[in-house]
Design a protein around this ligand. Structure first.
Ligand code: GTP
Ligand code: MG
Length: 181
């Protein structure tokens, strides 16, 4: 058949938000792993949709590894940002990391550096994950707490998801696919 277009995506968000679980669930069932452990550094994963072949940089969200993220900004043509909707205590930390990401100017003195997130029109897909948990807040509330309405220069979309059951993931990835072609 036709070769699918290749897209590189960064998967970011705090530790324990469910990034690796989401990426795993997007793979064909025979390629999924059963035991998911906290990511060390990062891991490169692949999955396909109807028209695209995704390569994902699944970054560790642990504090000590978050400074790695910016070294991979140049690799990304889109961002998946995952939030644990039940982790109200750390919602402010997630917001800080998101704001740092969105304001990252790159280091180049040239017009627009390829590491520059601030000035690139990168689509950002947010997953308000763990919606199955009793104390999860709604995706609307997550979007308010992260002030997503202030993102004016990038297309973005938020989906509530349950990565354990795989709910909400397809809607998100369909949106991402539409943004990319
Ligand atoms: P780091 O690699 O440390 O940055 O974490 P991560 O964001 O990759 O999280 P990971 O996928 O390892 O998931 C962390 C824990 O949350 C695991 O125990 C998952 O089973 C659990 N988890 C992930 N998604 C969901 C979800 O939608 N609902 C529930 N209840 N648990 C989830
Ligand atoms: Mg992980």
């Amino acid at each position: 058949g036709l070769k699918k277009k290749e897209v590189h995506v960064l998967c970011l968000g705090l530790d324990n938000s469910g990034k690796t679980t989401i990426i795993n669930k997007l793979k064909p069932s025979n390629a999924q792993t059963q035991d998911i452990v906290p990511t060390i550094g990062f891991s490169i994963e692949k999955f396909k949709t109807s028209s695209l072949s995704f390569t994902v940089f699944d970054m560790s969200g642990q504090g000590r590894y978050r400074n790695l993220w910016e070294h991979y900004y140049k690799e990304g043509q889109a961002i998946i940002f995952v939030i644990d909707s039940s982790d109200k205590l750390r919602m402010v930390v997630a917001k800080e990391e998101l704001d740092t990401l969105l304001n990252h100017p790159g280091y180049s003195l040239q017009r627009i550096a390829i590491t520059d997130i601030k000035h690139r029109r990168l689509p950002i897909l947010f997953f308000a994950n763990k919606m199955d948990l009793r104390d999860a807040i709604s995706s609307v509330k997550v979007s308010q707490l992260l002030s997503l309405e202030n993102i004016k220069d990038k297309p973005w979309h938020i989906c509530a998801s349950d990565a354990l059951k795989g709910e909400g993931l397809q809607e998100g990835v369909d949106w991402l696919q539409d943004q990319i072609q």
